[in-house]
Design a protein around this ligand. Structure first.
Ligand code: GDP
Length: 305
């Protein structure tokens, strides 16, 4: 709770002050309050579509209850916002500490360069290892030497093995090697980094489907998770990226990074309600410990406290 509140500090400050301003001097929720609220939510990076959904719901409550006190508005907003966020489907959920649905559990990590993909993989590896799981990393972003180097540094820092090949080799071949070696080593979790080049959608699709196909030669049900990493500090850009990646491949979960440095954390609400894909992790710093399992109640509660 403390790290959540701390990580979200900038977003919390801006979010709550905007909401508070929207109702200032008003005792009942009338159309002016709703207009102000709409503006406040859009200004807090919640996104237009999601804001409209929230305002509609509040309007319905006002219509139903006839009279709504502004002092009740915060609680109501929290309820309605939480209700919009998607739950992680149970079959697919994993806590670091508990048993995985299957082993080796293969997580394919996708996202644009710079969003914090490598760091998130390092943090995941750290958490799984700390929970006693045997982790293997795969460096299938073979286009940037820096990507392989960074992932290697994380593998050393966390103390988990890594499978890599030379720069420019076929990403699918690295993915295949990684999964095969994970099976041989009896790894519990295999986390594979991929290149995040968005400039060509067809290319991205081809590359990711090729990686899937070769992984499935070893484990037919894999990947068990396709985790899309988005940089929360880029606000609406993150939504645009989510749109591209979900069109290119089946994304099963989201990780939203860099929430510690930004007031744009409201974007988590926009993304989580718009794509029907659960947010599973949020990044609140650069260190291994700075990855939190996303809990929608706690997240929304923190915004309002
Ligand atoms: P990649 O290119 O997507 O693999 O991105 P990296 O993992 O290399 O991260 C890019 C930069 O963002 C690095 O300087 C990371 O330390 C930083 N970063 C990643 N996640 C977070 C986070 O949650 N909070 C902060 N403040 N920085 C982060």
């Amino acid at each position: 709770k403390e790290s959540l509140d701390q990580g979200l500090q900038k977003t919390k400050d801006s979010f709550l002050s905007k909401i508070t301003k929207a109702v200032a001097g008003k005792s009942t929720v009338d159309s002016e309050v709703l207009d102000n609220l709409e503006e406040a939510l859009v200004g807090a990076d919640v996104g237009v579509d999601t804001t409209i959904k929230i305002i509609d719901r509040i309007e319905q409550r006002v219509a139903r209850d006839k009279y709504l006190n502004t002092s009740e508005l915060n609680r109501l907003l929290q309820e309605e916002i939480t209700g919009l966020l998607v739950d992680a489907p149970h079959s697919n959920s994993y806590a670091f500490q508990s048993d995985l649905p299957t082993t080796p559990y293969v997580i394919l990590v996708v996202g644009v360069n710079g969003v914090g993909k490598t760091t998130t993989i390092g943090k995941l590896a750290y958490n799984f290892k700390k929970a006693g799981k045997k982790v293997l990393l795969g460096a299938a972003d073979t286009f940037r030497a820096a990507a392989v180097d960074q992932l290697t540094i994380w593998s050393e820092r966390v103390g988990v093995p890594i499978v890599k090949q030379e720069m420019g080799s076929d990403p699918a071949a690295v993915a295949f090697d990684t999964v095969q070696s994970g099976v041989a080593q009896k790894s519990d979790v295999i986390i594979i980094d991929t290149a995040g080049r968005l400039h060509n959608k067809l290319h991205l699709m081809d590359e990711l489907s090729k990686i899937r196909r070769v992984i499935q030669k070893v484990i037919p049900e894999a990947p068990h998770e396709v985790l899309l990493v988005l940089d929360g500090s880029t606000g609406q850009n993150a939504i645009e990226q989510a749109r591209h990646f979900t069109a290119a491949t089946d994304v099963s979960a989201l990780a939203i990074t860099k929430l510690d440095g930004t007031a744009k954390g409201g974007v988590v609400l926009a993304i989580a309600s718009q794509f029907s894909i659960p947010v599973k992790f949020i990044g609140v710093g650069e260190k291994m410990e700075d990855l939190l399992v996303f809990d929608k109640q706690a997240f929304v509660g923190s915004l309002f406290s």
